[in-house]
Design a protein around this ligand. Structure first.
Ligand SMILES: [Mg+2]
Length: 356
């Protein structure tokens, strides 16, 4: 699916032709400090290897690498330094994907060569082979009037609380759930969590599910008290954004009870729109909640971003024609989020300022 909204952010797509690389990048991208550097500077943990492009116009690379978003990855342990530039990549009419140009600081690096790192296997994601044309656009600074956030996994760390309550309720019926299972269902925003736990064809299945939901609900306040925590740097980032005149909103599929860490910090008062499940009759990825927040903030879709930690958040943003930004502080992974085509990826909301 094409995303004109997201592509229109970028003024200068550069075309390159897919080629085979020299195979040097795969090992480089898997070095620990390189992975940490990429994650911190670009929000991307690289897939092994890079997508190699040959630029018909070699001047294009220098033009791209004068953009304000260029950052330096310092060399260590005998490996060279590199310049990085967050970009989005498209091929034909497919969705655009988040990536980063990497230009190693070595003297014999081909002038017409452009290498891209991404959380995804870009050849597969774009559906391209050698000789295909790929378009690369610098991910420029966001000009926004409002930043709207998902709550769980984005502004607060509630993953462990959800796991603990699910584990407790499941155990009351001799079932087990794993952290990965809970995380995966939160990433997909699956509304039938217990239906996925009780897949057996039991005569009293509906009663069992109703009972286990009640057990979880009764236990929730205590578990939330014990396991719900803030995410480092989020409160101070909200104060900074508010101080810059950016309107703040929250759109959550939950009841909103997990906002507590923000209340403790007094940061909840900075949000002019807080939309919870009781405010809408269609859950995410339906855009109803996000549209309501835009209305309450009196901001148009093209002047806002929606930031979330799950696949469904990026789909919700797309449905509302709002630019989606993925954060890796919650349920989603580089791969599950990257494939949804967010305009940018961040390690956490604490890194948000880098986008402005
Ligand atoms: Mg979430």
């Amino acid at each position: 699916m094409n995303q004109p909204m997201q592509n229109s952010l970028n003024r200068d797509p550069v075309s390159g032709v897919v080629t085979q690389g020299q195979g040097k990048a795969a090992s480089f991208t898997q070095i620990d400090w390189v992975q940490r550097g990429f994650l911190e500077l670009t929000g991307i943990t690289p897939w092994p290897g890079t997508l190699n492009l040959r630029l018909p116009d070699p001047a294009d690379r220098d033009t791209l690498m004068t953009r304000p978003g260029v950052v330096d990855l310092e060399g260590q342990d005998g490996a060279c330094a590199a310049k990085l530039l967050p970009v989005t990549v498209t091929a034909g009419s497919t969705r655009c994907y988040p990536a980063s140009i990497v230009v190693p600081m070595v003297s014999d690096y081909g002038v017409d060569q452009l290498e891209l790192i991404s959380p995804l296997n870009l050849r597969d994601a774009l559906g391209v082979q050698d000789g295909a044309v790929v378009e690369v656009s610098a991910a420029d600074s966001l000009e926004i009037d409002a930043a709207i956030f998902d709550l769980d996994g984005t502004l607060v760390d509630s993953l462990e609380a959800y796991y603990q309550v699910a584990k407790f309720a499941a155990a009351s019926h001799d079932r087990e759930v794993t952290r990965d299972f809970v995380r995966g269902t939160l990433d997909a925003n699956n509304h039938s969590f217990w239906e996925l736990v009780f897949t057996d064809d039991l005569p009293n299945r509906d009663d069992l599910i109703a009972d286990v939901k009640l057990t979880a609900r009764e236990r929730w306040p205590e578990i939330q008290n014990q396991y719900l925590t803030d995410l480092p740097g989020v409160s101070s980032m909200m104060r900074t954004l508010h101080g810059r005149g950016i309107k703040l909103g929250i759109v959550t599929a939950g009841s909103g009870s997990t906002i507590q860490p923000l209340v403790t910090d007094g940061v909840n008062e900075l949000f002019d729109a807080i939309v919870t499940k009781s405010d809408v009759n269609a859950p995410k990825p339906d855009p109803q909640g996000l549209n309501l927040a835009l209305e309450q903030l009196n901001v148009s879709a093209d002047r806002a971003v929606y930031v979330g930690d799950s696949r469904v958040d990026i789909r919700t943003a797309r449905a509302a024609n709002v630019r989606g930004i993925a954060v890796l502080s919650g349920a989603g992974t580089d791969q599950t989020l990257g494939i949804e085509g967010p305009v940018r990826m961040l390690r956490s909301v604490a890194d948000f300022l880098r986008l402005l």
